[in-house]
Design a binder for this molecule. Structure first.
Ligand code: AP5
Ligand code: ZN
Length: 215
């Protein structure tokens, strides 16, 4: 099975993709993670993407489509969860071509619906363990009491440079202007399923499970 998790920044795409990887053995393909790795490694792609991401704007279609193309075959047996891709009409067409070439198809486009004020709260409070990547949040899952990662004991944490309020607003605007308009493309193909992303993480997960299990 191949699915797209579509939704604005902070909607919970990464959270739900990580769960589906563990529970269903599917492969998460996050263009945001791929780009952050490229920035950290200082590759040519990373050098191009760094400033664009810091402003909250979209990286070029050619770059992200190539990143997905390079990693798509690793999900051939287990199925792919596209997280943060496609984000434009061009990317949606590129994905269709990449899948067609491999005799693979999309099963669902799961749209996570969340209101904007909630998204800003979620994103501006978010941080991760520098060592193991476990996600935390100033309000929802703090470590302030001990300052120690529950999972690995590390005391170092990172915040994404694009997780400040101003950049989040730009990321939202990019979503509305460029990503939301691809929904009709998938609606025409009867692939879109809406999920209430304002619900708790477990409730969102249950809604997604029901879709994937055809319930
Ligand atoms: P990307 O990394 O894709 O970021 P994003 O879309 O802004 O999404 P986030 O990772 O911020 O949010 P999420 O939906 O995964 O939410 P999460 O699960 O973390 O992209 C970053 C940048 O890279 C872009 O701005 C762009 O520059 C570039 N880029 C990437 N892909 C691109 C592409 N295809 N084309 C062009 N450019 C591209 O959850 C957020 C927080 O909320 C967490 O703290 C979590 O614990 C919490 N949370 C999650 N669910 C719930 C819930 N149900 N209730 C309460 N809290 C919750
Ligand atoms: Zn840790």
């Amino acid at each position: 099975m191949n699915i797209i998790l579509l939704g604005p920044p902070g909607a919970g795409k990464g959270t739900q993709a990580a769960r589906l990887e563990v529970l269903r053995g599917m492969v998460q393909l996050s263009t945001g993670d791929m780009l952050r790795e490229a920035v950290a490694a200082g590759t040519p792609v990373g050098l191009k993407a760094k400033e664009v991401m810091a402003r909250g704007e979209l990286v070029s279609d050619a770059i992200v489509s190539a990143l997905i193309g390079e990693r798509l075959d690793a999900s051939a047996d287990k199925g792919a969860i596209f997280d943060g891709f496609p984000r434009t009409k061009h990317q949606a067409e590129a994905l269709e071509m990449l899948l067609d070439e491999r005799d693979r198809k999309l099963d669902y486009v799961i749209e996570l619906v969340v209101n904007e004020d909630e998204l800003v709260k979620r994103i501006t409070g978010r941080f991760t363990c520098a060592k193991c990547g476990t996600g935390y949040h100033d309000n929802f899952r703090p470590t302030k009491v001990t300052g120690v990662c529950d999972a690995c004991g590390s005391t170092e944490f990172n915040r994404r440079p694009d997780d400040n309020e101003q950049t989040v607003r730009t990321r939202m605007a990019e979503y509305r202007a460029k990503t939301e308009p691809i929904l009709p493309y998938y609606r025409e193909r009867s692939l879109v399923r809406q999920v209430d992303g304002m619900a708790s993480i477990d409730e969102v997960a249950a809604q997604i499970d029901a879709i994937l299990d055809g319930r």
